[in-house]
Design a protein. Structure first.
Length: 410
């Protein structure tokens, strides 16, 4: 309209304060006609969005790890486009041919034209290092990577029902501490491979994924941290392959022997773990979890955390990950495999320096297990958070990041 164009549809759209109004779509095509413009295809629209995001990164308007906060994430996209858009927005890939890195380079090349040369090198290097894919036995693992390529490597493992985003508040503080941070989507989750069958999710397979990441980074030893199921994998990696772990940090999951003991001897813990037994059922857990736009999953996060821990934008991120084809079955198969393919540890003692961080208001796990876990470590410290729940790194991000950074830098 400022350019001298006019029409009833344009005037109606100009009167709306936000694009979420129910009848924007009704007037958008007539408005395009009044402007003499043609409608973009889905591919063109999504590619334009990706270019816009990459341009902001290159101009230094935001870091590559804050892409999900972009205004585009708050717009109304058709449900079937969300998985595609998630991948493009996070990686700059999805609708372009070639490998992920090649696609990212194509998009970045479009954005570079409008960027001053002095800002280009640093910002571009950051964005190029933000996504990585690892391989293990024919499976592919999507990961967010950050920090100096020659820095000590720390791998952060998420739990259920999260994905790499569960650690998003820790990435930048750990990078600032000089660490190279690698945050994978574990098998069955989000953009990583989702092998068929329960046996593919045995703990030994999950541990092999961690070792494969370390191998492909050329690391004999890594720092390893995990939360929830990620902590269970971290404990198991340190027990089965202590020579590969320099230091271990676990959040709100006890040593495997302690978990088994408390399930057998403490009725309170047995009943708190009811969902583990429910997940042994076929198809029903997936159907319940996904019903009504993943209402059960979202409520589980909201009701077991402090008020305000998970925002509307956070829940949109999780719904996008949960909606990936095969993701729910892959995620729940971790629990099914736990009961069918147990692991026996020849040595129950963790022989690497360990820090246990524990939110004492955990609805799922008794705090006594954190203290008991110390007895299975040759060198361990326990940090408790009196007012935090199971979702510790979300609720106390600064303190958790500082404890991890101090531990891994020392």
């Amino acid at each position: 309209m400022e350019a001298g164009l006019d029409g009833p549809a344009l005037r109606r759209l100009a009167s709306y304060e936000q694009t979420l109004h129910w009848d924007v779509a009704k007037y958008s095509e007539p408005a395009l006609s009044e402007m003499g413009a043609s409608k973009m295809s889905q591919r063109e629209a999504l590619l334009w969005s990706a270019k816009d995001v990459c341009r902001d990164i290159l101009e230094g308007a935001r870091g590559p790890f804050e892409i999900w906060r972009d205004r585009l994430r708050r717009q109304c996209y058709p449900e079937e486009l969300m998985p595609i858009f998630n991948e493009i927005e996070m990686q700059g890939t999805g609708l372009l041919s070639g490998s992920e890195q090649e696609a990212l380079q194509i998009i970045l090349s479009h954005a570079r034209d409008s960027v001053s040369p002095e800002r280009r090198q640093t910002a571009c290097a950051q964005s190029e290092s933000s996504v990585h894919f690892f391989q293990n036995a024919g499976l592919r693992f999507h990961a967010i990577t950050a920090g100096p390529k020659d820095g000590p490597v720390v791998v952060l493992l998420h739990g259920f029902p999260e994905f790499w985003y569960g650690w998003h508040r820790q990435i930048e503080p750990l990078v600032t501490a000089g660490l190279r941070v690698v945050v994978p989507d574990q098998r069955g989750y989000n953009l990583s491979s989702k092998p068929v069958g329960v046996a593919a999710y045995a703990l030994t397979e999950l541990v092999s994924d961690v070792l494969a990441i370390a191998d492909q980074l050329g690391q004999d030893k890594i720092f390893l941290a995990g939360h929830d199921w990620g902590a269970a994998v971290a404990w198991s990696t340190a027990l089965l392959h202590p020579q590969r772990i320099a230091k271990l940090a676990v959040l709100n999951v006890p040593h495997p022997a302690v978990m088994r003991k408390f399930l057998r001897t403490h009725p309170r813990q047995f009943f708190r773990s009811w969902y583990m037994f429910f997940f042994q059922l076929p198809w029903l857990p997936e159907a319940l979890f996904s019903a009504l736009s993943f209402r059960v999953g979202a409520r589980a996060l909201l009701h077991s955390s402090r008020p305000g821990t998970f925002s509307v934008e956070d829940l949109a991120q999780y719904r996008g990950a949960w909606s990936q084809p095969g993701a729910l079955t892959g995620m729940i198969n971790w629990y099914r495999a736990l009961f069918r393919a147990g692991v026996k540890f020849q040595d129950q003692n963790v022989r690497v320096p360990t820090r246990i961080l524990w939110g004492e208001r955990d609805d799922f796990l008794l705090s006594e297990m954190a203290h008991e876990s110390l007895h299975y470590c040759t060198s361990a410290e326990l940090f408790t958070f009196a007012n935090a729940t199971h979702w510790l790194q979300h609720e106390e991000p600064e303190r958790v990041s500082q404890i991890l950074a101090d531990f891994f830098r020392a």
